[in-house]
Design a protein around this ligand. Structure first.
Ligand SMILES: *[C@@H]1O[C@H](CO)[C@@H](O)[C@H](O)[C@H]1NC(C)=O
Ligand SMILES: *[C@@H]1O[C@H](CO)[C@@H](O)[C@H](O)[C@H]1NC(C)=O
Ligand SMILES: *[C@@H]1O[C@H](CO)[C@@H](O)[C@H](O)[C@H]1NC(C)=O
Ligand SMILES: *[C@@H]1O[C@H](CO)[C@@H](O)[C@H](O)[C@H]1NC(C)=O
Ligand SMILES: *[C@@H]1O[C@H](CO)[C@@H](O)[C@H](O)[C@H]1NC(C)=O
Ligand SMILES: *[C@@H]1O[C@H](CO)[C@@H](O)[C@H](O)[C@H]1NC(C)=O
Ligand SMILES: *[C@@H]1O[C@H](CO)[C@@H](O)[C@H](O)[C@H]1NC(C)=O
Length: 810
């Protein structure tokens, strides 16, 4: 063996008594050293530069820890390596460096949880590159974290053939996930899903195509190299480099880098500013595949999202998984998981009621589940296709495409995606009409609700879309239905009813017969909302008054009397010039109706979306009016009201074009200190705040988000999502607005609206406020008081950040 230079450690051994020192300044760790999982301050082993630490990271769940390596100088804890265990290590676990066994992780009872299983260890070292190394007395590397990666690679890390990165379950659950990145023996770098709990892979959804080729003429890939300058490539046997991306990366002097196989299957390289006081974040530089929703095409497995779900690509190129209407997440806490039908479909069930219209179709465009076919009819018309699926008790979905082709599909559906290359192909999803019959009991009215019925049992996550995602997104329109809204809060049922009598003095109590007459047997429909249909009517009060009568749909009829009265009371107690007034109600058995004042100028939607732009000053007045109305609902009325469905259709205009918010108080009304509760997703496509899709508390900030989207619509007099009349780049207003704002192109944002451009300072201010309101992170959004002050120019508007920061570790 060649002569070996004395290793620095040899001198250290001489200088320092081993037993006394756990770790010295050079990153070395002596045999016999150990760390114990206690609290956040438990010591770790640092690299000499202090950039990386090895030790226990506390997990979100109390008393659980992860044996890991992380970036030690940045505030967001970012784990780059972890011991993959079935269960996290409990408090009191210990990791120790032992000569005969290497690193050994034991539980509080001394049971072994994990080990490097190496013999002859002399010492360990936390290297400045982020590599934890065990070496023997000949300075041979016995074990390296770089050679046993989890989901992340770092600059200077090399993966040989057979090497694997394995995703975690979710951002915060470090158990083994479904996705793998592997450099195969053939030299191909692939991304694939596996069939847990085994490692058996499905077909790849990304390939580097660095094999020897069919004719064996190319040189196959040998290593995946993430070089010291943070460029990633595949090195072929002939030393040719195949870059994974042409993207330029910054300097390693200024940035930290990592490349992580995210839990949703997207492999991304990130950078983070090094400066220690930086409140920067991890920014993506590139990722593969380009579109994971379309790329994943394995016949086995669910695809990127769970079974029966639909994958939509977000602007950050990460997937959003949604359930079709009539379906909801099997595990409400797993928004990337499988969707289950909320109804029972089966040949036996269908036979019980022959000849009735058991099902209807939800139609989605450019949506497909490419597998799960059991019949393929061609030539066939759309009508034949629908009918064939409708009459077939096996059929869950029919796809009609290419003008004459009809596929019938059975459950479970896999690889669901929205894909513009489907050229307008239609998906007909069969949903049982009357599926409340199959709802579990706890969703039905229950006079003595059990406390555990409170939250998630009631979640019926019917996704509605979306937040400025890809252009294709808006093709999906699934309006959230709100089932059981009123059965969620146990407390609420018990709460004393605020002085019903007083309200009944203010509010007129109508008989059903009176309202039938007033509306001329519900003759003229004014609109349809989430809770029922609104009809025009006229009633005799002091004079003949025009009214809008809302016939609440059947969901409301399941409410107890008391609850209905409570709702009415709360709505009746609101008085603000920017809210629509409730004049009275009817509560006769199954007939529950609300009588509102009639507003002559229709809805903000019809005002904004007409051909000629309404005047800028009116638009400003309306925007400020809505903000004041919302502020009142959130902070100033006796009971806090979260609207949950702010959109131009729900804003009405009176004779003087004052904005009046309608439909409030029906969706979700919470007492102030209850405001951090989860309830059903509700709201409307395009206006729904991101937290509905995440496991985050629903607060008044959801209204702020919707308000922000609507404010942009008011500023631009256009729809938040418009595929038909404008180019793709501009189709999603929230994206377009931020781009324009950043590039100083407000003139093109407002389509050269002279009035608005003349009032440029106000225009800029309004756009900035809107961007603050649509921040993905609800905490960054202002509350309505602040938003109103900023609109009015009472306070300065700070420069808003991008509304879509790349998803940070939560
Ligand atoms: C952890 O360290 C911080 C700062 O040094 C200190 O304020 C805190 O009390 C410590 N926590 C425990 C549990 O020791
Ligand atoms: C440790 O390694 C030895 C030899 O390589 C092997 O026989 C043994 O099963 C391993 N033990 C564990 C717990 O992996
Ligand atoms: C870190 O790794 C590099 C490259 O393998 C090596 O030259 C260096 O000595 C290592 N440092 C420590 C502290 O082990
Ligand atoms: C992580 O996910 C796995 C698989 O879904 C689950 O079994 C495990 O309990 C989760 N762990 C934690 C700590 O939540
Ligand atoms: C890393 O790769 C890039 C691109 O191939 C190259 O320009 C750079 O010199 C390499 N850096 C190192 C340290 O090898
Ligand atoms: C974060 O950045 C802002 C502006 O760049 C700066 O004012 C602030 O002090 C920074 N905060 C921290 C904690 O570094
Ligand atoms: C729905 O199902 C229930 C229970 O089977 C039945 O009583 C009710 O009449 C059905 N409603 C409709 C509209 O079909």
């Amino acid at each position: 063996m060649a002569f070996v230079h004395p290793h620095p450690f040899v001198f250290l051994l001489i200088l320092l008594p081993i037993s006394a020192v756990a770790q010295n300044d050079a990153g070395y760790v002596n045999v016999g050293s150990s760390l114990t999982a206690t609290d956040e301050n438990s010591t770790s082993w640092l690299s000499p530069s202090g950039d990386f630490a090895f030790g226990f990271s506390p997990l979100n769940q109390k008393d659980l820890f992860l044996l890991s390596i992380w970036f030690a100088k940045i505030p967001d804890k970012t784990v780059v390596w972890y011991a993959i265990l079935d269960n996290p290590a409990p408090r009191g676990s210990k990791v120790e460096l032992i000569t005969e066994r290497g690193l050994v992780l034991t539980g509080p009872q001394g049971n072994e949880l994990w080990s490097t299983n190496t013999t002859g260890t002399l010492y360990g070292a936390m290297n400045n590159t982020g590599n934890f190394v065990l070496e023997d007395s000949n300075f041979n590397k016995l074990w390296e974290s770089f050679k046993n990666p989890s989901d992340t690679v770092l600059p200077a890390q090399i993966m040989e053939r057979g090497g694997v990165l394995s995703s975690r379950q979710s951002e915060t659950n470090f158990s083994k996930g479904r996705f793998q990145l592997q450099l195969g023996d053939d030299g191909n770098l692939v991304l694939h899903t596996i069939n847990l709990p085994t490692d058996n892979p499905n077909e790849a959804y990304y390939e580097s195509q660095t094999t020897a080729g069919d004719s064996g003429t190319s040189s196959p890939g040998e290593q995946l190299v993430f070089n010291e300058s943070a460029y990633m490539y595949i090195r072929r046997e002939n030393n040719q480099m195949v870059a994974l991306s042409q993207a330029r990366v910054g300097s390693t002097a200024d940035f930290y880098f990592r490349a992580t196989l995210n839990f949703d299957g997207v492999f991304t390289q990130y950078s983070h500013p090094r400066t220690s006081n930086a409140n920067g974040s991890w920014n993506p530089i590139w990722s593969v595949p380009d579109n994971i929703c379309v790329a994943s095409n394995a016949k086995i497995g669910s695809g990127t999202c769970g079974f029966n779900s639909i994958c939509i690509l977000k602007p950050d190129r990460r997937p959003l998984c949604t359930c079709p209407k009539g379906y909801s997440f099997l595990d409400p806490n797993d928004p990337y998981g499988t969707c289950k039908p909320d109804f029972i479909q089966g040949c036996e069930e269908d036979e019980l009621s022959p000849g009735t219209d058991l099902y209807s179709f939800e139609v989605l465009t450019n949506t497909d589940w490419p597998f799960s076919d059991y019949a393929y009819m061609k030539p066939y018309t759309e009508d034949q296709c629908r009918k064939s699926c409708m009459e077939d008790c096996m059929c869950a979905v029919a796809i009609f495409r290419l003008g004459d082709s009809c596929w019938k599909k059975k459950l479970p559906l896999s690889n669901g995606k929205v894909d513009s290359s489907l050229n307008g192909g239609k998906a007909f999803i069969k949903i049982r009409n009357n599926y409340s019959i199959t709802l579990p009991d706890d969703r039905l009215p229950n006079p003595n609700p059990k406390p555990e019925n409170k939250n998630q049992n009631n979640l019926i996550l019917m996704w509605s879309m979306l937040l400025g995602g890809s252009v294709l997104v808006n093709i999906i329109l699934i309006v959230a239905i709100c089932l059981g809204v009123f059965f969620i809060h146990h407390k609420r049922l018990k709460r004393p009813i605020p002085n019903v009598d007083a309200v009944e003095m203010n509010l007129r109590c109508f008989t059903y017969k009176e309202l039938v007459e007033a509306t001329d047997v519900f003759k003229e429909e004014l609109g349809r909302g989430a809770f029922g249909i609104v009809y025009k009517g006229a009633i005799q009060m002091s004079s003949n008054v025009l009214v809008a009568v809302k016939k609440l749909d059947s969901l409301f009829q399941e409410n107890s009397d008391k609850e209905f009265k409570t709702e009415v009371t709360v709505i009746g107690q609101t008085h603000h010039k920017n809210l629509v007034r409730l004049l009275g109600f009817c509560d006769e058995g199954l007939h529950r109706l609300l009588v509102y004042e009639f507003l002559s100028n229709g809805s903000l939607a019809s005002f904004l979306y007409r051909d000629s732009k309404p005047s800028w000053n009116l638009r400003v007045q309306i925007a400020v009016g809505i903000a004041r109305g919302l502020l009142y609902l959130h902070e100033e009325c006796s009971t806090q009201i979260i609207h949950c469905d702010i959109k131009p259709q729900n804003i009405l205009l009176d004779d003087y074009y004052n904005a009046r918010i309608s439909d409030f108080g029906l969706a979700k009304r919470l007492i102030m200190n209850q405001s951090k509760t989860h309830t059903n997703i509700r709201g409307t496509k395009g206006y729904v705040a991101p937290e509905w899709f995440r496991n985050m508390p629903i607060t008044t900030k959801v209204d702020v988000y919707s308000y922000g989207v609507m404010l942009l619509e008011i500023i631009c007099s256009r729809r938040s999502v418009d595929l038909e009349t404008i180019g793709e780049q501009q189709a999603i207003l929230t994206d377009w607005a931020y781009d324009c704002y950043q590039e100083g192109r407000l003139d093109s944002l407002v389509e050269y609206d002279v009035e608005a451009l003349d009032d440029r300072r106000k225009l800029v201010r309004f756009v900035m406020v809107a961007i603050w309101c649509i921040q993905e992170d609800p905490f960054l959004r202002p509350n309505m008081r602040r938003a109103t002050q900023m609109l009015e120019g009472v306070v300065e508007v700070p420069v808003p950040p991008s509304p879509y920061p790349y998803s940070k570790t939560s």
